[in-house]
Design a protein around this ligand. Structure first.
Ligand SMILES: [Zn+2]
Length: 227
């Protein structure tokens, strides 16, 4: 991805803004470099700042240190309008807590985020008169996760919007497919079954505690009624 001139200027401003929060001895001549940097250099600057200790941009948004256009906010999640949208009405939804990958998001929070995306989606299509939506959840830099903070893109789609989320479908070898299927099935079964058993154990434990406390209540009640 190369930034357009306009995007590069926005990024330049954003980086200069972020530099203000760094200690002076760390800035050195960075400010001058950023002012002169080409779009490509700016892009790698931005990546460096997000990747190294420099605080995550979404966390800064949560703290109100960076101005954004908020669409929805509660104590756990935030949805903002992307200022460099893929299409009209491109929204980014993320947890307020700094979490990198989906597997690190606890279930109640993940449910909340997904449920928000679920109810937001048809509303967006409706109000923007879009023809569809792409819900895109990148994991890892290679996949387009340019911020180390879990987020979901909700991208309204329009006729001829030039949004490119796609891949070339390649012919695969049957043997290779079998091999992959075996690996993936095993991993899926192990993790899913493992997790279900964990949940079952937790549930049983919870049930036992509840039963015990109910039994205690009944016992107390009966005891009280004794003459
Ligand atoms: Zn963060």
């Amino acid at each position: 991805m190369t930034l357009t001139k306009e995007q590069a200027e926005q990024v330049r401003e954003q980086i200069l803004e972020q530099l203000k929060s760094l200690p002076k001895d760390k800035i050195g001549n960075l400010k001058e470099q950023v002012k002169k940097a080409s779009p490509k250099e700016l892009e790698s600057f931005l990546q460096q700042m997000q990747g190294q200790g420099g605080e995550c941009i979404f966390c800064k948004i949560v703290k109100g240190e960076i101005d954004t256009i908020k669409i929805f906010e509660d104590k756990d999640i935030l949805a903002i309008l992307d200022i460099m949208p893929a299409s009209r009405g491109h929204i980014i939804v993320f947890p307020k807590k700094h979490i990198h990958f989906i597997q690190e998001v606890d279930n109640p929070l993940l449910n909340k985020i997904m449920n928000f995306v679920k109810v937001l989606s048809p509303a967006l299509v409706d109000v923007l008169k879009a023809k569809g939506l792409s819900i895109y959840l990148p994991q890892g830099q290679l996949a387009g996760q340019n911020v180390d903070h879990f987020f979901i893109n909700v991208i309204p789609r329009y006729e001829g919007d030039n949004v490119a989320i796609g891949w070339e479908r390649k012919k695969a070898d049957k043997k290779e497919l079998d091999k992959v299927a075996k690996l993936v099935k095993k991993a899926a079964t192990n993790t899913v079954v493992g997790q279900l058993e964990e949940e079952k154990k937790k549930l049983l434990k919870h049930q036992k505690i509840q039963e015990a406390s109910e039994a205690e209540q009944i016992y107390k009640h009966v005891k009280k009624r004794r003459p």
